[in-house]
Design a protein around this ligand. Sequence first.
Ligand SMILES: *[C@@H]1O[C@H](CO)[C@@H](O)[C@H](O)[C@H]1NC(C)=O
Ligand SMILES: *[C@@H]1O[C@H](CO)[C@@H](O)[C@H](O)[C@H]1NC(C)=O
Ligand SMILES: *[C@@H]1O[C@H](CO)[C@@H](O)[C@H](O)[C@H]1NC(C)=O
Ligand SMILES: *[C@@H]1O[C@H](CO)[C@@H](O)[C@H](O)[C@H]1NC(C)=O
Length: 504
Amino acid sequence: MKLRTFIAYQTFLIVFNYAYGQKSTPASDCPSINEGDNFTQSEFLSRLADECRYDRLLLPTYATGETVYVHASAYVYFIQPAEAHDLNFKLHFLLQLRWTDLRLAYHLYSPKRVTIIGEDDLRRRIWVPHLYMSNEQSSSLMGTDSKDVLISISPSGEVVFSRRMQAVLYCWMNLQKFPFDDQTCSMNLESWKYNASILRLMWEKGIPPVHLSPELHLTEYSLIDFWTNESVVRGDISSMRLIGVGNYSALKFTFKLGREVGYYLMDYFIPSMMIVAMSWVTFWLQADASAPRITLGTSTMLSFITLASSQAKTLPKVSYIKASEIWFLGCIGFIFSALVEFAFVNTIWRRKKVVSLKKVNSKYILKSTLTPRLARKELQKELQESSPQLSKSRSCSSLNQDTSTDPAGPGYNNYLTVHSFPSALNLPTITTQSYDDLMPGQGGPNRQQNGADSDGSDEPPKHHTWTTMTPQEIATWIDKRSRIMFPILFVFFNIIYWTFVYCL
Ligand SMILES: *[C@@H]1O[C@H](CO)[C@@H](O)[C@H](O)[C@H]1NC(C)=O
Ligand SMILES: *[C@@H]1O[C@H](CO)[C@@H](O)[C@H](O)[C@H]1NC(C)=O
Ligand SMILES: *[C@@H]1O[C@H](CO)[C@@H](O)[C@H](O)[C@H]1NC(C)=O
Ligand SMILES: *[C@@H]1O[C@H](CO)[C@@H](O)[C@H](O)[C@H]1NC(C)=O
């Protein structure tokens, strides 16, 4: 019991003495810094930066009113652009600031001392400029408790302040050319407290102000270029009283990144080319093979949409059209056209009318398959104009037309003949003959076969320049043309697309 009271008393005495001792020291009684070489570094520094002669809240030049020049340099360890939809990037760097604080010049007091080096405790004793990153999303000192800070003071009062930091910075990307885009991102350092006439930030002269680590690995990008700028920015929050008056000195470090297309080529462009090519397999299948052709068309369409949407998920939802979306639209257009081509060809296949053609070329075939009635009307008109004595055939042909559209009339159904005459002048006899063939009596028993096999033998006399094609032949003909046209058009689309992407 006694012992305890004694210890408590002693403790009280120690505390009391300490507090009293501190209080009793007069402010004017500054610890001497002469013969500074005899002190340890921390003892010397605590004397040098003692509150009685050093106010760390005041600028180094508060007495003279001159501008403080702060020289900056940086060493970048690591740049990691985030996924495009985050619109930011992560930076690990060492920021070094250099300025002169003449109040800390100690060469007169401690001539043998070469340098004073300290960490965070030293930073707390002296004035340091307050900078901030104006485009930061978040930033922090690396290491816990601000360990990664290093300050050295030279005998002439030059202070070098190094600090390892990590920052996540905003970078507003323009994705119009995605994934063939270049992005320019920057780190903006600004003075927080003092305006440009009081504190001026500058990049180090003579040496490159920003070094990049040789081990800088950018996963999705390659570094194209980087540069630094100094500027003065207007305090844009001028309505606030304390900060934002006047202009502030700012530093900018900008780097340009080019996106590596390799990943997108392997994961998007080449697979989508293959899917488009796969959709052409349908042209080698028969026109009435509905099940395989529809399955092929829809499955290529679906797999392409899946591919494209998985790729589009990584992008921000911007309103403009990106280069990858133009590619998407082009490819989906090709796949869709292949599906539509099947529908078209299949419809023609199921027709029963034989089609007569002046010539076997795309113009006549497409004209007569797309607009059979129109072609027929044209024919009638031309016939009337060229040979008036044929006007009687009009009624026949109109009758023919009416019945032929009736699926119940087998005789006419099979033998609607569509003529396309390029010129009415040289064909009067031919047309007469052909119309005789088409008269209601035309469907003789020898011709009452299905249109499908009405080739060769059923053809009009040989002096006719036109030929007859069954719908099946036409369907096959269209498929055969598609086999060539689709790849050619796709190659053409590719040439245009890649030219635009790389030359604009
Ligand atoms: C400092 O040390 C030197 C010898 O190294 C000595 O002569 C001098 O008296 C010392 N000064 C003080 C203030 O202790
Ligand atoms: C920044 O510096 C680069 C190169 O030093 C220069 O091309 C560019 O014009 C400067 N930008 C501004 C805004 O001063
Ligand atoms: C900086 O602020 C001081 C007052 O603190 C003002 O007198 C001076 O005009 C300002 N200079 C600039 C460039 O804003
Ligand atoms: C700030 O800079 C602008 C031009 O950049 C200038 O017109 C203005 O006077 C400056 N403000 C101060 C307070 O110096």
